[in-house]
Design a protein around this ligand. Structure first.
Ligand SMILES: Cc1ncc(COP(=O)(O)O)c(C=O)c1O
Length: 356
């Protein structure tokens, strides 16, 4: 494995974390360094860590025209003992490899990617914030850089990892959200890109999400693209519903992203002895469960929020209040458990934590 070369900023040229970590927000601040590796002449080459800086790529770079662009999202947590921890990073790099495959991008060595990430985190360790709930967001991505106009897989790529400190998701407290159930538009289709993390999926979601924003909803729940009948996922979260004594999430049938938090929730809930079903769930079943009093809880799962309680759904002009509209016991217990594993205050019995 080629070793990672480093060009590191001298201490006096480094920027620093904002002192008020409550003002970090999400996605606007980037750490001092980035990892880069190029693909050309049939091989990934020259893994390196460099100061964070603008890129120079051709205006004809194929990703800019045909969207051959994939990414991942994960976090690094600072624990009470000062150690830095990643949560299931191998799963992210495995999903990254699936995304590469689907978009005809040459595979990167998953072990090299994780080793490179650890080196980058070591260099920028001071960028991992300290306040409880904060973390360092990690964004690995690959862009096609070959200058060529014409639709085909590119022959040149750049793999990069950038990072940036992010605030605790729940600065105002762990609060239920309202979700708009999208009756018309679709995010992904069977046989398409829905199950991989391709930039194209997010472009496809923008119009409907903006329409939902105009109606006052920050999140949108997609229904299946064929019948608009079965719930799929939210913008950047998978969805779970507690109906009676069953925890239900949609199956991974091609149009839904296989979330790493989703998999963690399923594993933990089964371990707790809950009845967990990965099965099609019709919005009509949710309406019927509401009527019969069986709709107990709903929550989203994803890297950004970990668990996001859902208090209300809005579907075709109707408001569906979930349970009492507050935070259900399974939702709260799941949030506490996963956060506890990530920050090291609860045992990591599944071996999910990778210390840096
Ligand atoms: C479309 C979509 N679904 C679900 C998720 C949740 O996935 P994960 O738990 O791996 O963050 C994400 C976030 O990555 C997403 O973008």
């Amino acid at each position: 494995m080629e070793s990672v070369s480093k060009r590191i900023l001298p201490q006096h040229q480094r920027r620093f974390l904002p002192t008020d970590e409550r003002k970090l927000g999400f996605g606007d601040i980037f750490s001092d360094h980035m990892f880069k590796m190029d693909f050309h002449d049939g091989q990934w080459r020259n893994p390196r860590i460099e100061p964070y800086a603008a890129l120079s790529i051709s205006p004809a770079a194929m990703s800019l025209h045909y969207g051959q662009l994939i990414f991942e999202g994960m976090k690094c947590f600072r624990r009470q003992d000062g150690r830095l921890a990643l949560f299931r990073p191998e799963a992210n790099f495995k999903r990254f490899a699936n995304s590469s495959h689907q978009l005809c991008i040459p595979q990167i060595d998953q072990e090299l990617a994780l080793a490179a990430l650890k080196e980058l985190l070591f260099v920028d360790q001071d960028w991992v914030p300290h306040t409880p709930g904060t973390s360092l967001y990690i964004r690995p991505f690959i862009v096609a850089t070959e200058p060529h106009l014409g639709v085909r897989p590119a022959n040149e790529y750049m793999f990069m990892i950038i990072t940036g400190p992010v605030a605790a998701y729940y600065t105002e407290g762990f609060a239920p959200i309202a979700i708009y159930v999208e009756p018309h538009y679709s995010r992904a289709v069977p046989g398409g890109l829905g199950e991989v993390k391709a930039a194209a999926n997010y472009a496809a979601s923008l119009f409907a999400a903006e329409e939902a924003h105009k109606k006052g909803f920050s999140q949108l729940l997609w229904l299946d693209p064929c019948q608009h009948k079965y719930v799929e996922e939210v913008g950047s979260m998978n969805m779970f519903f507690v109906i009676g004594d069953e925890l239900v999430t949609s199956p991974l049938a091609g149009t839904v992203l296989p979330g790493i938090t989703r998999d963690s929730v399923v594993t933990i809930a089964r371990d707790w002895g809950l009845k967990v079903s990965e099965r099609p769930l019709a919005i009509d079943e949710i309406l019927a469960a509401k009527k019969s009093g069986e709709l107990k809880e709903a929550f989203g799962s994803g890297t950004a929020a970990v668990i996001s309680p859902v208090g209300r759904l809005h579907y075709n002009g109707q408001d569906i209040v979930v349970g009492e509209g507050g935070i259900g016991p399974i939702t709260q217990k799941m949030y506490d458990e996963i956060i506890g594993i990530q920050y090291g205050t609860r045992p990591d019995k599944y071996g999910w934590v990778v210390l840096v």
